[in-house]
Design a protein around this ligand. Structure first.
Ligand SMILES: Nc1ncnc2c1ncn2[C@@H]1O[C@H](COP(=O)(O)OP(=O)(O)OP(=O)(O)O)[C@@H](O)[C@H]1O
Ligand SMILES: [Mg+2]
Length: 712
């Protein structure tokens, strides 16, 4: 049953010009059912009720909303709340209405008659609304500003609250150009107190917010950003078999808890949600690729605990007030410590023990570096440094020592590790974490070369419009009247890397394909690039191919433990050189195809195959032989693609006296198992995608030669 609202009280004490605590606590208890104020809530409320500007920094879930909701009940007039998301406004207005508090929001998504009703109320002599939620875009319109001035002239504007105020700062992790226009509020409504609220802790953002809103001698309230009820943990993808399985097991071991899983890509959200559902965890995907109806249905199901786990991109969560989220997982590394703090902070808003688990992978790090570098290059005039912000979260994952300390110190807050009291994995299991990090470093150093691919590629793609949205919201978006985007920008960029839809765990193989596709797209759009350049095999591609061969060979040699004679480093160089010599003139597509074919051959090779093909790099156990020129032994089948697309089979052997490769037409049928060429591999995948119904076509179409392969 709804409570009847307490009449609006003028709680300002005439003697001290400070609102009385008792009256404010009474309002809090009556309307919200909380026993007392938390942290700095009371100070913030008293400041704004007495007419002073206030800048309020409180951690996620700290209770910032109360700081403007109570003033709306404590003083006559309207509290104007500026909020960045329609979903967030809806959520809060609904909750307030349920408590019997007269709150409304104005948005272009509402039916005209609803909006008209609110305007009528505002224009009336005595508006009933106490809290009016609006978007920054609406504030920027002349008509609405005129309305605000009128309200103000009638003494009806009590307070202007800017929620998620960090959105005004381009230093912040969630900059919204439309927030910039809020700087005009101070000029137009000079003596209305302004309350800026944020959970963003970076000092440069704080200063930017205060300056941009022209806050006058504001009371600056800062709470500690420590979230003692959250246990922080990092899991290393490179050291576990499958992150999906690991995550599934983790969730299962926790019982039917409420959780949020953040992924970088929409496709991953979909895939992971399907996986979790298949193992009996009720889950749903949420991202900007779903239509708004579906998204609100998913949100409702999750808020009402019909669904246990929501698998989402960063489009999800700002200001969502679900108290009992017990776990927030990041399946991919976030773009900054600020983003991580905000997102992980959605766990445990009820202050009960909760958990943050970040799955860190070297490949993910490279991908994120790639995206950030693109965005940084694109916005070269801007002074922000996404990549250096990113370093903080990389250190969080890759560094030893207390995780909590790292989070807090990145926000300029001193925190001795002893205070953590074993509430992070590094403090609770220091040896285990140190061991994992050691293993990770070994893996990472092996892969160092391949990281260059992404970095180089990102530089090449600087001008690509498709990547421009990654770091911040669209800076040209200001003309889209009240168009509040909750799209997951990172996702757009990632998506273009991730198509066609890939399997759950991206291997180097797929990544190279994606890179190749990205390169191809780039060349297509830059007609001035010469054809010859387009087809050249770059050093970067060669290095990455070597690495790819090395990875596969290492894996194969681990399986075939009896093969001790092959030096994988030399062997991978040998194999790469072989492909290069053969296809350097034909161009990178053929070269690449041959590399892929060799990798697949490695995957099927047995001891004898390896010993035969790699005989030149097999050590005899005594003195090491120098690597011979890669002209020697071919594996018995040698597929060459001719201009007409036919495949000629040749056989080769080494002439013992001359040590030269002798190639002769094949006399015998192919002996080794068929190794699909890269084109066959690609075409088969296309076929699979197109005719998924026809699951029976297992074999490859041998009549279709590799020539039809064209990367795009
Ligand atoms: N004084 C209080 N006592 C108990 N609970 C409170 C108090 N103040 C707020 N809360 C509760 O804390 C939760 C978080 O509040 P709120 O949504 O205002 O946090 P926030 O600081 O705005 O977080 P975010 O940064 O995520 O938006 C809510 O469920 C709210 O009811
Ligand atoms: Mg909030």
């Amino acid at each position: 049953m709804k409570k009847s609202p307490l009449p609006v009280q003028n709680v300002q004490r005439s003697d001290k010009n400070v609102a009385g605590k008792e009256a404010l606590v009474k309002l809090l208890r009556w309307h919200f059912g909380h026993a007392d104020f938390r942290g700095k809530q009371l100070e913030a409320i008293q400041a704004v009720v007495s007419g002073r500007d206030c800048f309020c920094l409180m951690p996620t879930g700290g209770g910032k909303s109360i700081c403007y909701q109570i003033p709306a009940l404590a003083k006559p007039g309207i509290v104007l709340v500026v909020s960045p998301l329609i979903a967030l406004m809806e959520n809060q207005v609904m909750a307030l209405k349920e408590k019997g508090i007269a709150a409304e929001y104005l948005s272009s998504t509402q039916a005209a008659h609803v909006r008209n009703k609110i305007h009528e109320d505002l224009d009336s002599g005595k508006p009933s609304v106490r809290l009016l939620y609006v978007t920054p875009e609406l504030i920027a319109t002349k008509g609405f500003m005129l309305k605000l001035r009128k309200l103000h002239s009638r003494g009806l504007l009590n307070l202007i609250a800017i929620d998620e105020a960090h959105c005004i700062s381009s230093w912040g992790h969630d900059f919204r150009p439309s927030y910039r226009q809020l700087s005009t509020l101070r000029d137009s409504l000079a003596d209305v107190p302004v309350l800026a609220l944020t959970a963003t802790a970076a000092p440069k953002v704080q200063k930017d917010v205060i300056d941009s809103l022209s806050l006058r001698d504001p009371l600056v309230l800062k709470s500690s950003f420590n979230r003692p009820n959250i246990f922080y943990e990092v899991r290393y993808k490179d050291l576990i078999d499958n992150a999906y399985t690991d995550l599934g097991n983790l969730l299962k071991s926790c019982g039917s808890i409420c959780a949020i899983i953040y992924c970088l890509e929409r496709t991953t959200c979909d895939d992971l949600s399907v996986h979790l559902t298949s193992i009996g965890i009720s889950s749903a995907a949420y991202h900007a690729g779903l239509n708004s109806k579906l998204r609100s249905a998913v949100l409702d199901d999750w808020l009402s605990s019909k669904k246990q786990v929501i698998v989402a991109t960063v489009a999800f969560g700002m200001g969502i007030d679900k108290k009992d989220v017990r776990m927030v997982c990041h399946l991919n590394i976030p773009k900054s410590m600020e983003s991580f703090y905000q997102e992980s902070g959605r766990a445990g808003r009820d202050q009960l023990p909760s958990r943050s688990v970040l799955y860190y992978g070297v490949d993910d790090r490279k991908k994120m570096e790639f995206l950030l570098r693109n965005s940084e290059n694109k916005k070269s005039q801007s002074s922000k440094k996404p990549t250096s912000d990113f370093e903080q979260i990389v250190k969080y994952c890759e560094g030893s020592g207390c995780r909590r300390k790292k989070i807090l110190e990145s926000f300029g807050e001193e925190f001795p590790a002893q205070k953590c009291k074993k509430t992070c994995d590094a403090c609770k299991h220091p040896n285990q974490v140190a061991h994992s990090l050691e293993e990770l470093m070994t893996t990472a150093s092996r892969r160092q070369n391949s990281s260059r691919i992404f970095i180089t590629s990102s530089n090449e793609m600087t001008n690509e419009g498709q990547y421009s949205e990654f770091w911040n919201r669209n800076e040209d978006g200001s003309n889209s009247d009240e168009e509040i985007s909750d799209s997951d920008d990172a996702n757009e960029a990632a998506k273009s890397l991730a198509e066609p839809k890939l399997s759950k765990k991206l291997g180097l193989d797929e990544k190279l394909v994606l890179l190749e596709q990205a390169e191809e797209k780039y060349y297509e759009r830059n007609k001035q690039v010469k054809k010859s350049e387009k087809n050249a095999i770059s050093e970067v591609l060669r290095e990455s191919s070597k690495q790819r061969l090395l990875d596969e060979l290492t894996r194969v040699l681990q399986q075939l433990a009896s093969v001790k004679e092959i030096d994988s480093q030399k062997a991978s160089e040998f194999l790469e050189n072989e492909c290069y010599r053969k296809y350097s003139k034909a161009g990178k597509s053929f070269y690449y195809s041959q590399i892929a074919s060799t990798v697949r051959w490695l995957g099927t090779a047995n001891r004898d195959d390896l010993m035969t093909r790699l005989s030149s790099v097999v050590s005899s156990g005594g003195e090491e032989e120098p690597i011979k020129e890669p002209l020697l032994v071919e594996h018995s089948e040698n597929i060459e693609e001719e201009d007409d697309g036919k495949i000629n089979t040749t056989e080769s052997h080494v002439d013992e006296t001359t040590q030269k490769l002798v190639v002769s037409p094949s006399r015998s049928p192919i002996k080794l198992p068929h190794v699909p060429s890269f084109s066959e591999f690609v075409n088969r995948r296309k076929m699979k995608l197109n005719t998924s119904a026809d699951k029976s076509s297992e074999g490859f179409d041998d009549k279709k030669p590799a020539k039809i392969m064209k990367l795009q």
